[in-house]
Structures are given as C-alpha cells and as structure tokens.
Design a binder for this molecule. Structure first.
Ligand code: SF4
Length: 252
C-alpha cells in the first residue's frame, strides 16, 4: 500500500521518498515551532465548537489550557524528549493568535454548519493500493467530505498545490469507501481559523494516480533524479544523496 504521506513526501522531493522507503527516518527536530504545530492542530479540532460559543475567546483560552494538560498523552512519542519549559513556551506563543482566530471563525459558516463525524479515520483503497487518514470527515448534506488541517503558512488565495493533491488523494479514498463522488474538500488553516474549500479536479486526480505509480517504482528500488528545486539545504539525506542515478532513472 502507498500512504498518502508518501505522496506528500514525494511532492517535497521524490528522492526523500526513496530514502524513507529504504528505512531512513525523516528526523523531526523537536523545536518549539514543531510543538506549536502539534498544539495548533489540536486547537483547530475545537474550532467547530468554538464558532458557536458566546465567548469565543474565553472558549479557546480554556481549550488551549486543556490541550496543554493533555498533549503529552496524545503525542507521547513525539513529546517524550520535550521539556515542560519548551512546551510552555510554545503554548505562550500561540495565545496571541487566539483573537484573530475568533474573528475569522464565523467566516466559515458553510463548513462549521456540517456535522463532524470522525477525526483521523483510517481509509484504504484496495483498488488503487493507497491508504491514509484525513484529519477529519465532515458531513455536509448527505455526504462525508475530507478535510485537512494545516498549521503552517496560508497562501494569499486558494490553497497550496501540495494541499490540493493531498486532499485529492483522500477524496479518492473516501469515494471508494462510501461510493459517491467527492466534488470538493476543505483545507483548514489553523493559525488563522480560516477554512478554504477546494474543488477536486480531474487533472489532480490523474496526477495523484501518476505519483502513486512512480512511488511504486521507487519502492521497487528506482532512485529518482534530483529535482532542480529540491530543498537540499534543509534535508537530512543530503549526506547520502549524491549516489549516482541510473540511466533508467533519467527517464523516470
Ligand atoms: S538531498 Fe536534496 S535531492 Fe536528496 S533527498 Fe534531500 S532534498 Fe531530495
């Protein structure tokens, strides 16, 4: 099975996909920025309740406090080596965002009118051999719609291309499980409290399936070419990545 996370890794750099498949981990630095992203994700899971609260700001402050007490239980492995001081620093850095989030929440009424059915459901497509977990499934009308929570930067308009493709992959999984067509999904930008709808397009469905086939070849041992725009300066594989590519990979 190809994981949707393999597809997102491939989109960063196909060679990262090769090295992770060989068993090399993408080591995550447990910086305060990483911890902030974890907390923002947990906070975003409460926005569908916060939006209906009379006192949104105090609701979110209470939720942030709850999360600060529970986050070590939810992410035990990720936070094992993180000190209380670093954790508290991350929580303090999130507090100034709460007012802006409150202001923006009510602009997403279509999304929050939905029924939040399940967080992180595990979905599998037997047909396409893809598996993954969208952050949540929202029932709008008769259908369940995938949504992903993003804790990084938000583009000025629309959503990032990688977010579109990730959402398209989840839509394919939802379609196979529930038997209806997903016409759109959602990206939730947690730092802003803004939700953007994404139309699931034919060319992106095609692209997801093409990438899936390329990943299958990588899993079979092909070393893909280094992309010209690969983010090598931030990559932990840079020390092992100068392996000469095969002639076949030039046509890959
Ligand atoms: S070093 Fe560069 S080309 Fe190699 S895996 Fe990392 S980002 Fe990709």
């Amino acid at each position: 099975m190809i994981k949707v996370s393999d597809i997102t890794t491939y989109l960063k750099c196909p060679r990262m996909c090769y090295f992770t498949n060989k068993g090399h981990d993408i080591i995550i630095e447990f910086s305060s920025g990483y911890i902030e992203r974890i907390i923002f994700k947990e906070l975003a899971l409460t926005y569908d309740s916060a939006v209906w609260a009379n006192e949104k700001l105090s609701f979110l402050k209470t939720e942030l406090e709850r999360i600060s007490n529970e986050v070590r239980v939810i992410y035990p492995a990720e936070l094992q080596s993180v000190s209380d001081e670093t954790l508290n620093k991350s929580i303090a850095e999130i507090s100034p965002f709460l007012e802006r989030i409150c202001t923006n929440l009510s602009t997403n009424s279509e999304f929050y009118m939905g029924e939040f059915i399940e967080d992180e459901p595990i979905l599998r497509s037997i047909k396409f051999e893809i598996t993954g977990s969208p952050d949540r499934l929202v029932k709008i009308g008769e259908n369940l719609i995938p949504s992903i929570i993003k804790t990084g930067k938000m583009p000025e308009n629309g959503v990032w291309q990688t977010d579109r493709l990730q959402l398209t992959a989840y839509s394919i999984l939802v379609e196979e499980k529930y038997g209806y067509i997903i016409e759109k999904g959602f990206v939730e930008y947690a730092r802003w409290g803004i939700v953007r709808p994404v139309v699931i397009k034919r060319n992106e469905r095609r692209k997801v399936l093409q990438i899936k086939e390329r990943i299958k070849k990588i899993h079979a041992g092909f070393m893909p070419e280094k992309p010209d725009d690969a983010p090598c300066q931030y990559c932990r594989f840079s020390g092992i990545c100068d392996v000469k590519s095969t002639l076949a990979s030039k046509f890959f």
